[in-house]
Design a protein around this ligand. Structure first.
Ligand code: FE2
Length: 243
């Protein structure tokens, strides 16, 4: 069985692989403008719209009051923006397509690409059928976290970059008004606290007998996410360059 340090290291090891080859091509403007909506639509429909519900599934299943309080604070902020953002986070996300001049009327009926459907299926199973520990890890750590998680815990580790919003790829390459990055702004306000809460929840709340299952679930989330992002990259006209 894993002790707490081994558990933390195993979780960090998975998160450090949360990096997709196409992200650099989304960031440097390579994706043609007319294909960019595919990326936004698939992100919204796979997890952005339902993120509060996914976290709430962990909340409902969790027997530990101290953990539930952390989870429900996250749900409340995501669902309402009542603590920081002022508006529901899924709604704030839609300011991005709106700011690009896109119609968002069809965003509630997005058809998922095959990899996106598999990823969403995995997220549903992980949040509904495998206990609160897996549900919490897959949502507050995997979905909400980045490959810079170590920097949230260790002052000497590389930090999550926070470039000025004016340098955001959507602003630089696609003419998105900076005001449309309301969600990014809101996340920056609550992110530090959410990351700290996520790690408290996982490291202090999950017993040694469940740690291996949680690490396995996180690896599964990573594999499904990578395949999902492959599909989106392909649909956005990107081709993987030889290493
Ligand atoms: Fe959020």
């Amino acid at each position: 069985m894993m002790d707490r340090d081994q558990f933390r290291e195993a979780l960090l090891g998975v998160m450090e692989k949360k990096e997709h080859w196409a992200s650099a091509l989304f960031a440097d403007g390579t994706v043609p403008r007319h294909l960019l909506p595919i990326h936004l639509e698939q992100e919204y429909a796979t997890y952005v719209r339902d993120f509060p519900v996914l976290v709430a599934r962990a909340y409902v299943a969790c027997p530990l009051a101290v953990v539930r309080r952390e989870l429900i604070a996250n749900v409340y902020e995501e669902e309402t923006g009542g603590l920081a953002a002022g508006r529901p986070h899924p709604e704030l996300f839609l300011e991005i397509p709106r700011g690009l001049g896109l119609d968002v009327a069809h965003y509630e009926q997005i058809e998922l690409l095959p990899g996106a459907r598999a990823y969403r299926g995995y997220l549903d199973e992980a949040t509904l059928e495998r206990g609160w520990e897996v549900a919490a890890a897959v949502t507050v750590l995997f979905l909400e976290g980045t490959r810079y998680e170590r920097g949230e815990l260790d002052p000497r580790a590389e930090k999550r970059p926070v470039p000025p919003l004016e340098e955001h790829p959507l602003v630089r390459h696609y003419g998105l008004p900076v005001e449309s990055l309301a969600l990014t702004k809101a996340h920056r306000k609550v992110e530090g606290e959410h990351r700290a809460a996520a790690w408290r929840t996982l490291l202090e709340g999950i017993g040694s007998e469940r740690r291996e299952a949680v690490v396995d679930a996180l690896k599964g989330a990573l594999a499904h996410w990578l395949a999902y992002r492959d599909g989106v990259a392909e649909a956005c006209g990107l081709v993987r360059r030889a290493a």
